[in-house]
Design a protein around this ligand. Sequence first.
Ligand code: 5GP
Length: 191
Amino acid sequence: MQLLKDRILKDGNIAPGGVLKVDSFLNHQIDVNLLNEIGKEFKRLFSDVKVDKILTIEASGIGIACVAAQYFDVPVVFAKKAKSKNIEGGVFSSKIMSFTYGKTYDVMVSVKFLKPDENILIIDDFLASGKAIIGLVDIVKQAGANVSGVGIVIEKSFQDGGQTLRDMGINLKSLAVIKSMDDEGNLEFED
Ligand code: 5GP
């Protein structure tokens, strides 16, 4: 998605450790017009699959998923990074190792909001090692629901999450794929 790539080149900043900061337009301050174009593009890319619900993870995924959901006309469910499992009626939960914070946390979704045989599109801002998405896929499977696809705003293909998900047979679509970046500020996209 050219608009997104241009914005990453203009306003993204490379932090040490292979982290791209996009907090001026994607995950702290949010450019809603850009999110709108991102939502439309996800709809175009996943127009051939059934989507009953969009699943994402708090916090950065929520805004993206909500704007996209308007084009799919479906609800959004977000996995909570809560400490307590004290959600009425029980939860599906999975452990995720955080790439940005370097620690493991539990994510959970109430059993009320994912049902067997529902078709779930998973959306998130970044794909790095794939741990966050694998945790969400695990939760969808616990519910007996189907993963229709995974939509990612920015995939970093120099980390192995994309390969892992494709090897799992997941229908993965990323809007911008970064092949390489370095501390001197050089950043290259896949074609
Ligand atoms: P993964 O589980 O695939 O290793 O990492 C995905 C999660 O880590 C995303 O939800 C995102 O919040 C965070 N993340 C991974 N890489 C980056 C990055 O380069 N920049 C930012 N801002 N977040 C990242």
